[in-house]
Write a protein that binds this ligand. Structure first.
Ligand SMILES: Nc1ncnc2c1ncn2[C@@H]1O[C@H](COP(=O)(O)OP(=O)(O)OP(=O)(O)O)[C@@H](O)[C@H]1O
Ligand SMILES: [Mg+2]
Length: 259
């Protein structure tokens, strides 16, 4: 099934009360994602990007506001690819991918077939019985991505899914992710700190301010699809990258000085 649902968040704020002083992570964040669209979030470190994604995915409580999910099957949670530690180290590749299907109504034989199919689609067939520590970082992220796509959730939330990879592996994985998404058209919300990645993959880029995180700009990416990594040489691409970096850089500098 490739049917997609949209996603909406209204005026979401979040304060963490766990330490000695409250941390105001998000302030009045609203989102409205069209079904089947790919939206990227960029913003300085600590501005609340992961928190926003976790709230949208129901993994974190919000302090005020609301998240509206247009889901047809409420048993299947939004699929998540985490910022790090995205796979279970004690499970094989096949078991990790199959874990994503645990909530599906599919029969055992269908689940096995879907698991096999997704492992093949991310090029890991010969590694199906391997454990994560036997894989490279890029392969581990492929497992996490396969598991998320395999869930059947029309919404895919990804928190810097390629952030830990070296530049070359990252570029290959960007192309792979682009191809997978173009064939499946899930509603994607993806955090990245890589502006070029956001332009290559996204239909829209949301720029967040330093904490408390707010969405300060909502940029439509003008490049037609299907896209390939070559568009990075297009002067319009270079111009857009510069424009987004200009919006971000003061906040990024401030967050580096804070750290
Ligand atoms: N469980 C928590 N308890 C207390 N504070 C938290 C918790 N989770 C996050 N925070 C704080 O909320 C703020 C936003 O954190 P978050 O992880 O969402 O930032 P981020 O934008 O994803 O950063 P990065 O780019 O470094 O991943 C930070 O100041 C962080 O310390
Ligand atoms: Mg984060």
């Amino acid at each position: 099934m490739t049917s997609a649902a949209g996603l909406e968040a209204r005026d979401v704020s979040k304060v963490f009360f766990s330490g000695s002083t409250p941390v105001w992570a998000l302030e009045g964040v609203s989102l409205d994602l069209a079904p089947g669209s790919f939206t990227c979030i960029v913003g300085p470190s600590g501005c609340g990007k992961s928190t926003l994604l976790r709230i949208v995915g129901g993994l974190e409580q919000l302090t005020s506001g609301e998240v509206v999910r247009a889901r047809t099957d409420t048993r299947i949670p939004e699929a998540f690819v985490f910022q790090e530690h995205g796979v279970f180290p004690w499970m094989t590749v096949a078991d990790n991918v199959a874990f994503g299907l645990r909530m599906s109504r599919a029969s055992a034989s269908e689940r096995t077939a879907r698991t096999k199919d997704w492992i093949a689609r991310v090029g890991l067939t010969t590694f199906a019985d391997h454990y994560p520590h036997q894989l490279s970082g890029g392969m581990r992220q492929r497992v996490a991505i396969a598991r998320a796509f395999a869930t059947g959730s029309p919404v895919l939330l990804m928190d810097e899914p390629l952030g830990a990879l070296d530049a070359q592996t990252r570029q290959l994985m960007q192309e792979e992710l682009l191809t997978l998404w173009e064939s499946e058209r899930k509603t994607v919300l993806m955090v990245t700190h890589d502006i070029e990645e956001a332009i290559l993959l996204g239909d829209r880029i949301l720029v967040m301010s330093a904490r408390p995180g707010r969405i300060t700009h909502d940029i439509t990416v003008p490049f037609p699809r299907p896209r390939t990594v070559g568009i990075e040489r297009d002067p319009a691409f270079v111009e857009l990258r510069h424009e987004i970096w200009s919006l971000l850089k003061d906040d990024v500098r401030a967050s580096e000085e804070d750290a």
